[in-house]
Design a protein around this ligand. Structure first.
Ligand SMILES: *Cc1c(COP(=O)(O)O)cnc(C)c1O
Length: 430
């Protein structure tokens, strides 16, 4: 959406330059194998970067984020600045803007041989999206569906190395891979796991998880060779566990400029990409003693002016921010007073006598040290920045801080299916 069309509306403004800055910073962590060292460098040597853009790109909006990641260069890094995109589900993949980048879907396929799920899986297979498999039963189901579409399904195997959330157990990996190899309609492209404590540097648990992952995948990695990528690291893994980088990394939160530790860090100069603003739609004079909002939970101690913002908890501006969070008006921080309502929030404008209706108010600032930063809001809500970001509601327009992309059409990565010539993807099964 063009930023100009949304002036005077609540909106989330995304800095493409910040996203590109963060992507470049993350890329540099993968050196020396990036940028491409030499033309004849084996593909294997270059570590890939998969952008985690689930949950509408952590609340930032697919449109602006995918445009930034695939159509723009930054510093020495050519477009696209990432090699792949990853979402949570097939329905999320459906909502992605057109992309030439490979798309991974992380929700494990399960109980899939029924109704709507089957249609979704067929679509995923036709679109060459990579499906995540955690059991032999799921592999069998996907294989059958792939045969019925006369296509090979691209799949990755997700291994549970100790987080105990999803994934095939380490002791079942060999069996599952055997099942996969027995099906010509399945094409394995990845072996992966997820870290439970990646943001804790030097943690014993992470070492154990990595050991488990090696034990389960070193043999298969040798057997399958370069076309199967091993990947483990999220943002925390990238920063704190170099031995978790393997063939590809999967940062999410850091791409958006937020530190995985939940606190801003001088060691990791990330730039938060998101700013959330709304217009001041009313300013009213109130007398000392006036109660404000549902329950009259705040009372003016002196005569003041109350400002009204057309955003509420239905938009993900959480109710617990009432009488707790700060917003910025003309760069001055002002308190949210009274309870946050579903669609409206009130602020005390005592500190900004020159504020008038129509002024832009910042609900969430991109400056990591601002009292309205995502870190500050997460602290009030007793949660992590991730949750604050991805709860920003669908009513809020997502716009780019910089001019819209002139569709350059540069993005073409054929990472997954590159040049394994003896390996036809469209199976003629009959
Ligand atoms: C969300 C997610 C990531 C990214 O995690 P961040 O902490 O945001 O970097 C990586 N891998 C998987 C499987 C995920 O679900």
């Amino acid at each position: 959406m063009d930023a100009k069309l949304t002036v005077g509306e609540p909106r989330v403004i995304i800095s493409r330059n910040a996203i590109l800055h963060n992507a470049a910073l993350l890329r540099r962590l993968l050196q020396p194998s990036y940028p491409r060292i030499a033309e004849n460098q084996p593909r294997l040597a270059r570590k890939r970067l998969c952008a985690m853009i689930k949950a509408d790109a952590y609340g930032h909006g697919f449109g602006v984020v995918v445009d930034a990641l695939q159509n723009f260069a930054v510093d020495e890094i050519e477009a696209p600045v990432v090699d792949m995109l990853a979402v949570a589900s097939i329905s999320e993949a459906e909502r992605l803007p057109h992309t030439e980048l490979p798309v991974l879907i992380f929700r494990p396929v399960e109980n899939c041989y029924l109704g709507r799920q089957r249609q979704q899986l067929e679509m995923a297979i036709r679109n060459r999206w990579v499906l995540t498999i955690c059991s032999a039963a799921a592999a069998e189901d996907v294989a059958r569906i792939a045969v019925s579409c006369s296509r090979r399904a691209l799949i990755q195997v997700f291994i549970d190395t100790g987080m105990t959330r999803s994934g095939v157990g380490c002791d079942q990996v060999d069996h599952l891979l055997q099942v996969i190899e027995n099906h010509a309609s399945l094409k394995l492209v990845g072996l992966c796991t997820h870290l439970a404590l990646s943001e804790a540097a030097e943690h014993q648990t992470t070492h154990q998880q990595l050991q488990q992952f090696h034990a389960a995948t070193d043999g298969p990695a040798k057997h399958f060779g370069a076309r199967v990528l091993r990947h483990v690291a999220n943002s925390g893994g990238m920063f704190f566990h170099r031995d978790s980088h393997f063939d590809m990394v999967r940062p999410g939160i850091a791409l958006y400029g937020i530190d995985p530790t939940g606190k801003p860090s001088v060691d990791r100069p990330l730039q938060p990409a998101l700013r959330w603003t709304a217009p001041l739609i009313d300013v009213r004079e109130v007398k000392a003693g006036a109660g404000v909002g549902y329950g009259l939970s705040w009372r003016a101690e002196r005569d003041t002016r109350i400002g009204l913002i057309p955003v509420g908890y239905a938009d993900g501006y959480l109710r617990c921010f009432g009488n707790a969070a700060m917003m910025l008006v003309h760069g001055i921080s002002v308190p949210v007073v009274g309870n946050v309502s579903m669609d409206l929030t009130t602020i005390d404008l005592a500190g900004v006598p020159h504020a008038v209706v129509g002024d832009e108010v910042t609900l969430l600032a991109s400056d990591p040290l601002s009292p309205a930063s995502v870190y500050a809001l997460a602290k009030i809500a007793n949660t992590i920045p991730y949750e604050i970001l991805c709860r920003i509601g669908a009513r809020i327009h997502r716009v780019s801080a910089e001019a819209e992309s002139e569709s350059t059409g540069v993005a073409t990565a054929e990472e997954i299916d590159s040049d394994d010539t003896d390996d036809h993807d469209d199976l003629d099964i009959t």
